[in-house]
Design a protein around this ligand. Structure first.
Ligand SMILES: [Fe+2]
Ligand SMILES: [Fe+2]
Length: 345
């Protein structure tokens, strides 16, 4: 018996993340259409701000999916819902209020999707919590948007029903509601997706892998061991391949020990293949092999973080760090797409 790399719970969460990405694209398309149709300056300013947030959040959701490490297609029902919602937005018989009301529902479902992914992730494994942390920003902003959308709906509905302006104090109340939400969110918002440098991105992967090793060490349940190893295998494979394709070539001229890093990763890949052929119900043997791998990986990570990172910081500029981060993410994403294509063959 060898290890099965697929795990239903993890795949189900990957599908929810893909649903979120598809919904995010719809939110953006809706906002563009609403801005076009709206003639109230206060409302269109708010919509413009949503659009900016949502475009940035699409990038964050994208990064989270790559960090999560499993690609999936959105559910067929979500794809149908998106088609229907797009038709509604194009329907000229609907009033602007009715379109904004539809948009608010969609925002609500997106907020809920983010929260529910967090809840599910908490049950499945600590590594998932690491990967999806940036979703906090998206969830917080969606909640703030919802509060503002309620205000927009009040203005539009009052005008449509009575021909008069909404109550004067409306936007002040909306501001209070948004402030209350941001009080809850606290200091969750750090930097935007576009500001993440290559060292941050590599470190995120390392943290996730450490969380997986910890879960393996703390468990004697063959099913849990198999799940965690499956994820570890995928994460380490994509991470090391992307380092070899994007990062190592870029630092070679500044850092003498790059060849060592390549060699260590070649050994790590061999160990991963060997463990993949082992029987996880033979718990002791399985865990011993993984602990040996963990020690090798820890040493490798230590070298990268305390030796290679300072070279990157001192030799590459900020812009190049960001460019490498984008390339690293794209490379991992490509590897994950390949895995998805192989599975769905
Ligand atoms: Fe590495
Ligand atoms: Fe690494």
């Amino acid at each position: 018996m060898s290890v099965t790399l697929e795990d239903n719970k993890r795949t189900a969460i990957a599908v929810r993340l893909a649903d979120m990405e598809a919904t995010q694209n719809l939110l953006i398309a809706n906002e563009r259409a609403l801005i076009e149709a709206c003639h109230d300056r206060e409302i269109s300013n708010r919509l413009e701000n949503f659009l900016k947030d949502d475009e940035k959040n699409l990038g964050i959701i994208n990064t989270v999916i790559v960090q999560y490490g499993i690609k999936a297609e959105p559910k067929a029902t979500v794809q149908k819902m998106i088609e229907k919602a797009t038709e509604l937005m194009e329907n000229s018989e609907l009033s602007l209020f009715e379109k904004v009301a539809e948009h608010e529902l969609l925002k609500h479902s997106q907020t809920m999707a983010g929260l529910l992914i967090h809840k599910a992730g908490q049950v499945v494994g600590a590594d998932i919590a690491v990967a999806i942390t940036p979703l906090n920003t998206v969830n917080f902003e969606n909640r703030a948007h919802q509060e503002q959308l309620k205000g927009i709906m009040e203005v539009l509905s009052t005008k449509e029903l009575t021909g008069q302006e909404a109550d004067q104090g409306l936007w002040a109340r909306v501001q209070d509601a948004v402030a209350a939400v941001s009080g809850i969110a606290g200091t969750l918002i750090t930097h935007t997706d576009a500001e993440i440098g290559i060292c941050d991105l590599i470190r995120l992967d390392h943290t996730k892998v450490t969380a997986l090793f910890k879960q393996i060490q703390n468990s004697n349940d063959p099913i849990k061991l198999e799940e965690c190893f499956g994820q570890l295998y995928k994460d380490l494979s994509a991470h090391s391949e992307a380092e070899e394709e994007v990062v190592y070539p870029a630092v070679r001229q500044y850092y003498n020990n790059v060849q060592e890093l390549y060699d260590e990763q070649a050994e790590m890949k061999l160990a991963l293949e060997q463990i993949k052929e082992m029987d996880p119900t033979n718990v002791d043997q399985f865990k011993t092999a993984i602990v040996a791998l963990m020690n090798a990986v820890n040493e490798h990570v230590e070298e990268e973080e305390s030796d290679m990172f300072p070279r990157i910081k001192s030799s590459l500029g900020n812009e190049q760090e960001k460019r490498l981060a984008t390339e690293f993410k794209a490379c991992k994403s490509k590897i994950q797409d390949k895995l998805l294509a192989e599975q769905t063959k």
